[in-house]
Design a protein around this ligand. Sequence first.
Ligand SMILES: Nc1ncnc2c1ncn2[C@@H]1O[C@H](COP(=O)(O)OP(=O)(O)O)[C@@H](O)[C@H]1O
Ligand SMILES: [Mg+2]
Length: 405
Amino acid sequence: MSEFLDDIFNKISSGKSIFKNREVLNIDYIPKRILFREDQIKKIGETLSPIIKGAKPSNLLLYGKTGTGKTMVARYVINKLNDYIKDQNTIFVYLNCRIDGTLYRVLSEIGEYIGLKIPFTGLSLSEVEKRIFNHLVDKGIKLVLVLDEIDFLVNNPAKRDIGNDVLYDFTRYDSIYNKSGSNSFITIVGISNDLKFMEYLEGRVQSSLRSEEILFPPYTVEEIKEILKDRVKEAFVENSVNDEIINLIAAYSGSEHGDARRAVDLLRVSGELAEREGRDKIYEKDVQEALKNIEKDKVQEAISSLPIHEKAVIFSIATFPNGETTGHVYLKYQEICNQLGLQPLTQRRISAIINELDMLGLVTAPIINRGRHGRSKKVQLTVDKNQIVGTLKNDEIFKLLFNSI
Ligand SMILES: Nc1ncnc2c1ncn2[C@@H]1O[C@H](COP(=O)(O)OP(=O)(O)O)[C@@H](O)[C@H]1O
Ligand SMILES: [Mg+2]
């Protein structure tokens, strides 16, 4: 057993690492050279530049698919701009609404940045807001608030109204609180991966947030190659990643959606796999393997973030290896709900959930003709059943089901 470990450790310690600077492959690393985003950088810089003179910039919305450089560009411009700010009361706040998770967390995080302690719980949202706004006025703070993945404040139907209310209050801050002649204001820079999110915004919030919009288009395969080449130079020892490997990674990340994040992730994981083998080069098989790992992670992430009834539905589907009709899936789902102590939803709702799972690419549900029994959908998993089970085993509620079997 210990020989086995020695083997792993020896390979690493004797093999020269192919990484020169690993940090360059971290997701939040801002590269030395940002390619293909000059227009966006310029426009954001111009829009925000009045802040240097203490004047209020207009609100701004950055949008485009995942991996198009929005987060990186926003952070780059803000860092740069900060060098020109001498006024202590001008504050830049960068938050990720998905990672913060709740509106309360987002607000208390804003509070923290501006020097205000908000208790973990116990206050109403409107009370937290009031404290923030009063503090901003008192101190005459000029706030540029970057809300990354802003769609997470309004994409859940149950929380959409309150999300809209809070955003509305922030956009109205200037006209309500600035009356006292204080120079305080709030500029919002929203960032979204999801274009549908506009539909979730009320008209009054939309018109205010969208006063300036900047689109981040997907990268072409050629552009991804250039981005990768720069990153390879910074991250790897010379000659460890050749052009064929770069082309392969670019093809895997560019052809579908021009996603630079996927490209950088693939590069990092491929490098780690080669390193683990004590090799001084990345091989094609490393990239293939990396691709598999990343897909697996994605599926796991998708499943673990599903609400509980969606989880119960996908688990029911997973119990039929050869696919089943919606009706049988529903019966199974009811059974699972009983075991978990959940109140089952209606069959109609389950059909809607199956459609959602289909859109997420986790199941297929083509309509089949069942002769005199009419038409039905045949529902089948498109991912490995073990992945579903493996992920659900870590779920707080589902755990109980597996423990009882
Ligand atoms: N134009 C670019 N030049 C260099 N690296 C880039 C570029 N665009 C994106 N990246 C890299 O791709 C990854 C994803 O970018 P990110 O800004 O997080 O995308 P988004 O926020 O649009 O999802 C990051 O590691 C980033 O450094
Ligand atoms: Mg981002």
